[in-house]
Design a protein around this ligand. Sequence first.
Ligand SMILES: Nc1ncnc2c1ncn2[C@@H]1O[C@H](COP(=O)(O)OP(=O)(O)O)[C@@H](O)[C@H]1O
Ligand SMILES: [Mg+2]
Length: 402
Amino acid sequence: MNKTILCVGAGIFQYYAIKKAKESGLRVFAIDKDEHAPGIALCDNFMPVSTKDIDAAIKAAKSLNKIHKINGVMTCGTDVSYTVAHIAKALNLPGIPPETALKATNKGIMREALKKGRVTVPEFSIINNLKDAISAAKKLKYPLVIKPVDNMGARGVRKLSCDKDLIVAWDEAFKYSTCKNIIIEKFVDGHEISLETIVENGKVHLVTIADRIIASSPYFIERGHTIPSIRPVNELKAAFQMAIKGIKALNITRGPVKFDMKLSSHGPIIGEMTARSSGGFHSQLTEPLATGMSSIKAVIDLALGFPLDISDITPKFLHAAAERSIYPKPGVVTSIKGVEKARAMKNIAGIFLNVREGDTLFPLKSNIGKAGHVVGFGNTRKEAIKTTLNAVKAIHIKTAEK
Ligand SMILES: Nc1ncnc2c1ncn2[C@@H]1O[C@H](COP(=O)(O)OP(=O)(O)O)[C@@H](O)[C@H]1O
Ligand SMILES: [Mg+2]
């Protein structure tokens, strides 16, 4: 065990990165505000610090660095690349500058940077009060989308069709913004994909493209994703070219970059881009299950300053995998049945439940608060989806009105 990596976050998505790092023979340190985070048990050292508190995170990294010299810092599946970049700068580790990470985190700064780099973005306006929002909406014209510039998981994001919607949505969006800046932008219609890349010395490598199922308008709730995408090759190639443009516009030269993209009738449009690997069990499970690749291993190598091992992101096979969420009726959970049966089903790779009997499930307005997720795989897309949905069906979560 010669090298040490610090993982920012030890939650379920970072658990897979921590596990991969341990399997690679690394010493692993982590920080997370949750002292019961699942990744902690695998770590060699841990400090209970919020991944969003940059000063505290740097301080923790410096004290862990005294215990054992840290050679790299990373995250996986959560929007803390700004913290990662600050730690990398403070400890002189490989990575991207904090200013670049901020462009890939704050949706307002991102939209400005993309526009400056001549990347087509939906017309947008950044505002901090409802009065200005109403004037901006008048100029932009409905349908629009409102979102806080600095959150994730579709918190506070909503489609708007009229001023009345905007007035109702404003407080929710505002509540979810720490810096109190809100974007309203033109609604873009089209199929949504999640596109994952790895960048080394400015060269962009495509990892995977997943189809996303988004439902529950006016909210944008992800019901699941599937690899590979069902869209025609020419559309996917155009999406990758758009990703390269976005990466150049933000000047990201190293590490993972993950996109939410809309395949609109005018071509691909970047919804958002983040300088970290995907969450939602995409880089963690569906990617390795469908392709045999491990982009997480590539991210670890790059964080440590090693060259990219291209075999990590070269498909070993072209199968399929799907993730679907579980969303029972809102209410108090009175019984949960069928989980073990579902878990034992053929080609089911994971069942993740977020609820227990007695918990309350609220109507979903974002990706937070789902009852659980199922991940399955198969030789074909159809097979993977069928297997996953069968397992979802086998799980019975009963709820009663509160
Ligand atoms: N301009 C838009 N047009 C259509 N849908 C959008 C737009 N902006 C966001 N969405 C939808 O809202 C979801 C969440 O928005 P996003 O910008 O990705 O924020 P988050 O960081 O919370 O994921 C997207 O996955 C997409 O389905
Ligand atoms: Mg998103």
